[in-house]
Design a protein around this ligand. Structure first.
Ligand code: FEO
Length: 397
């Protein structure tokens, strides 16, 4: 269903209830998602972003409910990733004379994604296009989250369309934040930030500071995924600012996998040590945990204790992906430690500690290894290990 944001501005996107894996299969979307795009009918007509390719026809039908699609003058492509630009090829077949507006970096990425010689107009940050009564103003937002990312602002209606920024993967019957369960929305918004935007946190702060200085009125923030912020729209901007500082709640997570339960027993003994010292914690066995959900927990926490047995001189395959994430996402203000069982070569702890170093997670104490199954005394050592970690966690800044 088409939804009006303000007089002459419409949501013409698609709700995807069924997608459970995004980015290929990299990102879990338990609550589905939406591909938001916005039609602005002024003296000129503009469409801001499109949808993922398989949903092109649905978007085209939505637009046709409002106007003759041939009346579109401009298609703003804020970002090349195909969940937003994927609808361009089908759309542009119908409106070959329309202008595709791209950022300076988008000029390369949009073209390379679709390899079509559409009529492009490259806009610099701060440049605007008049639609008649109101203008579209473009603000480059490189690395939020791609080099090409751009925000589009509609004057007069005071609507900011920041593409992925301030969005979340969340399918819902209501389009606006005053129509949905905000606990769910914030869970998904934090997951989106933690898994996608964390490495660019310094840029998030810079962009928000820059934006605040402009002192422009914002009535609505309309991202390209999830709900549209209509009630107190700046709440999500303030939340991003807070998230970008990467403060933590002082808790710990134990992330591990196990073959014959030796490392599992160690994990539980370590957690007992944390509990004795009054540190809140969560345990995640990666064989049965969702990687993106665990990363959301890592984002909130201060201590990261990672365990794996040694397998073929390495680590269990189930633990490796999240170690790669820790290196890539560059979480700040975290401390860590390693543990695990082994049979003969025992490289596990060393390998985990190397990852902590590469991820710039400060090693709080030397790791603990147990040969074959832990004895009662060794489990007591694991409890002590947890207690020491908790004490270090509380005293570290
Ligand atoms: Fe929603 Fe970066 O694509």
């Amino acid at each position: 269903m088409v939804v009006e944001l303000k007089d002459g501005v419409y949501w013409v996107g698609v709700v995807d209830w069924n997608i459970k894996k995004f980015h290929g299969h990299e990102y879990s979307t338990h609550r589905g998602t939406t591909y938001n795009c916005y039609l602005i009918v002024d003296e000129k007509v503009a469409l801001v972003d499109t949808v993922w390719g398989p949903y092109s026809q649905q978007m085209i039908e939505n637009i046709q409910k409002i106007i003759d699609i041939k009346k579109i003058d401009y298609v703003i492509a804020n970002h090349a990733e195909v969940d937003h630009s994927g609808g361009l090829p089908e759309l542009m077949k119908l409106i070959p004379n329309a202008t595709v507006v791209v950022s300076e970096k988008g000029n390369e990425s949009i073209f390379k994604h679709h390899q079509e010689n559409w009529k492009f107009r490259v806009v610099k940050s701060g440049e605007s296009i008049s639609l008649g009564k109101n203008n579209l103003v473009f603000v480059a937002a490189p690395m939020l989250h791609w080099p090409d990312s751009m925000f589009t602002y509609l004057t007069g209606k005071n609507i900011l369309m920041p593409n992925d920024a301030f969005g979340m993967h969340y399918a819902s019957s209501g389009r606006f934040n005053d129509e949905v369960d905000m606990i769910e929305v914030y869970q998904e918004a934090l997951k989106f930030y933690a898994n996608i935007l964390t490495p660019f946190s310094d840029l998030v702060i810079k962009k928000i500071d820059e934006f605040k200085k402009l002192n422009i009125p914002v009535d609505i923030i309309a991202p390209s995924h999830g709900i549209i912020w209509r009630k107190d729209p700046l709440q999500i901007v303030n939340k991003y600012y807070e998230w970008a500082t990467q403060k933590n709640d002082g808790s710990a997570v134990i992330i591990y996998d196990t073959m014959w339960n030796a490392t599992d027993k160690m994990a539980k003994a370590i957690s007992e040590g944390l509990e004795i010292e009054g540190v809140k914690f969560k345990l995640f066995n990666m064989a049965v945990s969702d990687r993106n959900d665990v990363l959301s927990e890592v984002f909130k926490t201060k201590g990261i204790i990672i365990g794996s047995p040694t397998l073929n001189n390495g680590l269990l395959p189930t633990i490796k992906p999240i170690l790669e994430d820790l290196k890539g996402l560059k979480f700040k203000n975290k401390v860590g430690a390693a543990f695990g069982s082994y049979g003969w070569s025992g490289e596990n702890v060393k390998l985990i500690e190397e990852t902590l170093e590469k991820a710039k997670i400060k090693k709080l104490q030397d790791g603990i290894k147990v040969k074959w199954q832990p004895t009662k005394d060794e489990l007591k050592m694991c409890v002590e290990f947890g207690r020491n970690f908790a004490k270090g966690l509380k005293s570290s800044v």
